[in-house]
Design a protein. Structure first.
Length: 456
């Protein structure tokens, strides 16, 4: 179901439910008020009749026989019944000449001076009271039909019924208007988003007043577009760099082989050409392996196991020393919290972590002729901290901001071996281990890379 239809339906249900509750409230209290008014009228009639017939006329039979119906009966379907202390019917007068109903007897023992009897038979309502005169107790029942009050109540019922039907029509219109007004910013946003394609990612969604929920959604979407635009730019840069890095050695191989085919007539010259071609092909293989490693670094389905991160660091240091003989790599272990059970322990993949640390050491040794400092410690009880620092040439701010991009290399690194994949692979490995990689590099002051990983 469309959100518009859901909003319309929910708005209708909510408002109409409130309308029905209000209608029920009015209906109930109107019915109650009519009933109380009529019973009050019956009570007054009962008191007046008792005063006349019992107090003044003492229920004199001859006088009572002289009364006509219209002298005492003033309501529709009215009747008057009087019972003495022995609960014998001593007076009865009804417009329809009907006998006193047997139901009166059900209330003989229930009526008190403070609590009259009240009951209803069809549209006829009856009230019974206790009347005392000369130490005698009488029960006076007066019944009648509230024709005028009933007509008023029927009119009110019709008004409520037709009013609710009319209100339902208005509620439907108001619900449609409410949904239309509420969703109009979203419709505008949808139209704007449909106009954003891969060829015009610089367009952005109107953020409105930047305060309400729709504006926050637009701001969030624009942030996503910023990231998407950056990802597209990174992809273009990656493709351009990868194409360049692959094209250069392949072009060298092709040129070497063409030259060898055309001019190398002696075995030593042909061997030199073949060696040069092999060297270039090895560069292609190394680059391809690096790109494959970068793709695999995004895989989060690898098996995780308890890892001693200090052993991972030491193994990476030993490997780096074999690559760079004579280079000094200083390793310092910091203190650890007393509550730690397994010092420098964590969960992850030891091989991937060793690759990440080795890439950091390789970069540090590659760009620095001085000693490389490695420090392993705790940032907090739940966080390991690894720092690799060198005293190389460092990077200017604009290059430091892009150094984690795949295949990006600073100006001072073009004469060094490599393809600009090491830090990108390291960052992805750290990210899949729920860690962070922080880089601080300044021109002429070297580079410091800090890795934060969750401890066991």
């Amino acid at each position: 179901m469309l959100i518009r239809n859901k909003l319309i339906l929910r708005f209708m249900v909510l408002v109409f439910a409130i309308q029905l509750c209000l209608t029920g409230f009015i209906y109930y209290y109107s019915a109650r008020a009519r009933e109380l008014r009529f019973y009050h009228r019956l009570e007054g009639k009962a008191e007046q009749t008792a005063n006349l017939l019992i107090r003044r006329l003492s229920l004199d039979a001859e006088v009572l026989r002289s009364f006509r119906k219209k002298d005492l009966l003033t309501m529709h379907n009215e009747r008057i019944s009087i019972y003495d202390a022995q609960r014998r019917l001593v007076f009865h007068l009804a417009q329809e000449d009907e006998p006193a109903p047997a139901r009166d007897a059900e209330y003989f023992t229930k009526i008190t001076r403070k609590k009259p009897a009240r009951f209803r038979e069809g549209k006829v309502e009856t009230l019974g009271i206790v009347y005392r005169h000369k130490k005698r107790e009488y029960l006076v029942f007066v019944a009648g039909r509230d024709q005028f009050g009933g007509r008023e109540f029927d009119t009110l019922t019709s008004i409520l019924l037709w009013g609710n039907l009319g209100a339902l029509v208005l509620i439907i219109g108001a619900a449609w208007l409410f949904a239309d007004r509420s969703l109009r910013p979203l419709q505008r946003m949808v139209a704007e988003v449909k106009g954003i394609t891969a060829s015009n990612l610089k367009r952005r969604v109107d953020e409105g007043n930047r305060q309400d929920e729709i504006a926050q959604l637009a701001m969030t979407f624009n942030q996503m577009l910023n990231g998407l635009e950056q990802a597209f730019e990174n992809q273009k840069s990656f493709v351009a760099h990868a194409s360049h890095e692959l094209r250069t050695p392949l072009a060298n191989v092709l040129g070497t082989l063409e030259t060898a085919s055309a001019y190398d007539t002696e075995l030593p010259a042909a061997k030199r050409s073949i060696d040069s071609a092999v060297e270039e092909i090895q560069k292609v293989i190394d680059l391809t392996n690096g790109l494959l490693a970068l793709a695999k670094a995004d895989d989060t389905s690898f098996a995780r196991a308890p890892v001693s991160f200090d052993e991972v660091v030491l193994q990476a240091v030993e490997t780096a020393k074999l690559r760079y003989p004579g280079r000094s790599i200083q390793v310092d272990f910091g203190t650890w919290p007393e509550s730690v059970e397994e010092v420098f322990g964590m969960r992850g993949n030891a091989q991937l972590l060793q690759t990440a640390v080795l890439n950091l050491l390789d970069n540090a040794c590659k760009y620095s002729d001085q000693a490389v400092r490695v420090q392993l410690g705790y940032e907090s009880r739940r966080t390991l901290r690894l720092t690799v620092a060198d005293t190389g040439p460092g990077l200017p701010p604009e290059e430091a901001a892009r150094v984690l991009e795949p295949l990006f290399r600073g100006r001072n690194g073009h004469d060094k071996p490599g393809y600009g994949l090491g830090l990108a692979i390291t960052q992805k490995i750290i990210q899949v281990h729920a860690g962070r990689l922080l880089l601080d590099s300044r021109s002429g002051q070297g580079t410091t890379v800090t890795v934060l990983l969750p401890a066991a």
